[in-house]
Design a protein around this ligand. Sequence first.
Ligand code: GLC
Length: 521
Amino acid sequence: MDDFLWWRDGVIYQIYPRSFNDTNGNGLGDLAGITARLGYLVELGVDALWLSPFYPTPDADFGYDISNHVDVDPRFGTLDDFDKLVEESHKKGIRIILDLVLNHVSDQHAWFQESRVDDTNPKHDWFLWQDQIPNNWESVFGGKAWTYDKKRGQYYYHMFVKEQPDVNWRKAEVRKAQMDVVRFWLERGADGFRLDVFNVYFKDDQLRNNPKKFGRRAFERQHHIYDGDQPEMESVLEEMRAMLDEYPERYAVGETFFATREKIKRYNRAGRLHAAFDFEYLWSKYKPEKFLKAIENWESLAEEANIFPNYVLSNHDTPRPATRYGKGEDDGRIKIVMAMLLTMRGTPFLYYGEEIGMRDISLKRSEIMDPPGIKYWPFNKGRDGCRSPMQWDDSMNAGFSKTKPWLPVHPNHKKRNVKNQQKDENSVFNFTRKLIALRKEYKTLRQGDIIPFTEMPKDMMAYLRKSDDEEILVLLNFSKKKKKITLPKMSWEVLFSETRNDISGNTIMLSTHEVLLLKKK
Ligand code: GLC
């Protein structure tokens, strides 16, 4: 573990706090709930937690509309609870990554409340105000991106819902106030940040129209040239990075909105962000060749950008992998994608519940809470499905809360829950836990090269993880059919298998959805 760098070599676990563990009995998870489950996270073996927003919020976008960036929403706890969480996590060697949402604030935020009063107040230009709608910009969640504010008698810009006005990053005072937010959390012990849609902080200074293109929804019918990715962003990243570097081993990963190769290279070079998300892998079809393509693209891009890749199977914005790839309650395919994630050359990100194969809940139209789901149902059912309460045990509300949770628990919690899976040697939980432990033990799995085998039978994936003194072969049978494989002519020993202790000869039969890791003797 000599050169183990937590954010590169560790496993990062995303928690959507309101759905993890409720200790104050209000049906919403809270910070104390996370602290109470640190033992579980140590058992699983994760190295860092990325916490989705827990700041005060009126919930127009469930926490991503923040009314005070430097406090904790009382429903989720207090700043003391945050301090306790940091302290306890650090004692256990777990780092804390916060979600920084600095593109927009809630319309209930004091800055916006002041700004909307008139066009002379000290914060009058902290947001993007215009007398008339100046251009064709659209909101991501539907409708025009400009909304008329009666109080002020002008239009303001919002990339997301109208309750999320975008701040004016060109204003020096705004920039300073935002940097103070970063400093506030660094001083309180945060180890890193996930930057929410950071690359749209700045918009074109002349507010020009975006060129049109073909697409389904109005937002997709534009090239987003002028409502984001302005050159000014680069100096902000440099300023943030310099601040991070004042503290030891701090980290920032960017959610690049509409990521392209060019954007990732631009924002993730030396002196800017440590890491970026790439969503090609997440959105891959359940086919080895599609995953391999995504891996190849990410590998070459990461090399060009000089960053370490990371891999994600889902987050709070996407359906869970078990829902996208799984068939009923069968976990064969889940183990395949989990094994792939944990044996990649790239930092694995897990989304809470993935380690027990949680499925999305399905909701009736009347139960939907997420703004895009309300707007676009049934074409887009929103993101509530993947945000259901963590399934701890088979009790009422799955051990998540003593009261009715904010979103329904999945009916499969009677069987699919942490408690059951901890007891079952073959559960997704134990499978995940063992692979995380192997990743920790073998540097080759963390940092070794990845060499995919291209001549493979249909639905088979194989790659070698290789370092100077070690070779680990990963074999994944994506299908239900048995696969006959001829191994490279060397002697191999079993490093991980749910069914075998050893192999004989160089031709082996892989069973349904088998995962096999072999180490060169
Ligand atoms: C990011 C978040 C998403 C949120 C949006 C607006 O994409 O991941 O949940 O709705 O930003 O803040």
